[in-house]
Design a protein around this ligand. Structure first.
Ligand code: PLP
Length: 465
């Protein structure tokens, strides 16, 4: 490196040491990312890391994807690049919206685009609330039912709906109280001895039924991730559970709201997670985000016919909006992601590579004493860590096993990025590592992930003993 370039880098590094950015951890600043390509990113200290989590299930086409970059440049050159969506439409927005609606087997009919998952969550709650007022102007429905150990976003109402105790802790007193809570679906930790999976499912449904009855005629919507990502570690529920949930929502006139921000858009092998046969029910409202723009910020909310019709026939208005709503660049990135998924047959690759990944993980770490189980679908895979495998006991959360492991796995010689999810004090969920690699990974990439991960897990737990 030339003298001037080296000087510049040193100056930049000094600036970074005195960062003015409000990081999550102000005492220990995170490393600096300087480059990205395909499955890899580079840190300033020289490490080249394989990203087996694509950030947090975001960069689903790999980093610096040429087609997404070209689509963005095209949109910048041809414009519009910014469009005040509350006053105008764009061709790219209409085109992308139509493609997304077409991907729902005729089940959804309206879509709107935002910039983050939390914004999509907020819009979905307001839509659900308004739906009831559109069909009954005297509606008194004001309760949302959501699950323990769930995460739906960091804005105050999305956090109120979320049952993620650690993320709520600091703000508990300011969170909304009109959220009723039921258990998360997590049979590995919570199925009672001698209870079959069906009996466990029935118990979960009974609990939900009781909650609906406690708030009879007051429930706006039941909110859930069909496959729970960061909060539990890619844990799916039985298809019977979803059938039962759908039936209870219908019986009580409440909407079913699926948060597919993390598990949707191809991540689990079907474009929408609800299209997966192991979910198999259609929500009334659905949110999408993260992988939607392959790393470019865009999120969305989709409404089924019933909800769309209520708005169209009712007030004809959704009094909600954000400055960057429906951003044309986000729509261009999102449209290109859809095209790549189709052109490269990526849903099939996600399913095939997901099965291979699962099998290889079972073979290499399935019997490790600190690996409880390996849930997931498609390329959305959790590795649930336990202290006592026979007793299914998670580690105490204060040991911060997952966070430490995420840091450890990025060191030499492993150089692998996983996403870390922490366990909870009530033993409901364990610390976990989450894998969500790019949809276009190859068999060699799978073997690489599993080899590095196995090495890292073996070494990490020897040191942790
Ligand atoms: N919903 C789920 C399931 C998520 O995992 C997240 C983010 O992790 C969100 C909503 C919030 O999305 P964002 O961080 O883009 O606001």
């Amino acid at each position: 490196m030339g003298g001037r370039a080296q000087e510049q880098l040193t100056e930049d590094s000094q600036d970074l040491d005195q960062s003015v950015l409000l990081h999550r951890n102000l005492k220990e600043l995170p490393p600096t990312m300087v480059r990205e390509e395909g499955n890899y990113f580079w840190l300033e200290d020289g490490r080249k890391i394989f990203d087996a989590a694509t950030g947090a299930a975001v960069v689903c086409m790999g980093y610096h994807n040429a087609r997404i970059n070209e689509a963005l440049v095209r949109q910048i050159q041809e414009g519009p690049m910014y469009c005040p969506q509350l006053s105008y439409r764009t061709h790219i927005g209409e085109k992308y919206g139509r493609e997304l609606i077409n991907s729902t087997d005729g089940k959804m009919s309206l879509v709107s685009f935002y910039s983050s998952g939390s914004e999509a969550s907020e819009a979905s709650y307001k839509c659900a609330w308004q739906y009831h007022r559109e069909v009954d102007k005297d509606s008194k429905r004001n309760i949302f039912i959501a699950r323990e150990h769930s995460y739906h976003g960091n804005t105050l109402f999305a956090l109120s709906v979320s049952g993620h105790k650690a993320r709520r802790a600091m703000y508990e007193d300011t969170l909304a109280e009109n959220v009723a809570r039921v258990s998360a679906y997590n049979p590995y930790f919570k199925r009672r001895p001698y209870e079959t999976e069906d009996q466990y499912t029935d118990r979960m449904l009974d609990e939900l039924k009781t909650k609906f009855e406690t708030h009879l005629g007051k429930v706006v919507a039941f909110v859930a991730e069909p496959i729970v990502g960061a909060a539990l570690g890619c844990v799916p529920a039985a298809a019977r559970y979803w059938k039962g949930v759908r039936a209870l929502c219908d019986q009580h006139g409440a909407l079913l709201l699926f948060d597919e921000v993390m598990c949707g858009m191809g991540r689990c092998g079907t474009l929408h997670a609800w299209q997966h046969p192991d979910v198999g029910v259609v929500p009334d409202i659905q949110t999408v985000g993260k992988g939607l723009g392959g790393g470019f910020p865009i999120s969305g909310m989709l409404l089924n016919h019933r909800v769309a019709k209520a708005f169209k026939k009712g007030s004809g208005e959704f009094a909600h909006g954000h400055t960057y709503q429906g951003n044309p660049l986000g729509c261009a990135a999102g449209l290109e992601v859809l095209k790549i998924i189709e052109d490269e047959n990526l849903l099939e690759n996600v399913t095939r590579m997901g099965e291979l990944l699962h099998q290889c993980l079972e073979d290499s770490i399935g019997s490790h004493p600190n690996v409880g189980y390996l849930p997931g679908k498609g390329l959305f895979r959790g590795i649930i860590f336990v202290e006592d495998k026979a007793g299914r006991q998670p580690f105490h959360p204060e040991r911060k096993i997952a966070t430490k492991f995420m840091d450890f796995a990025q060191r030499e010689p492993y150089l692998l990025k996983v996403y870390a999810g922490s366990g909870s004090k009530d033993g409901y969920c364990g610390d976990h590592a989450l894998l969500a690699p790019a949809y276009n990974i190859t068999e060699d990439d799978v073997y690489h992930i599993v080899t590095q991960l196995t090495m890292a897990i073996n070494d990490f737990f020897v040191l942790e003993e």
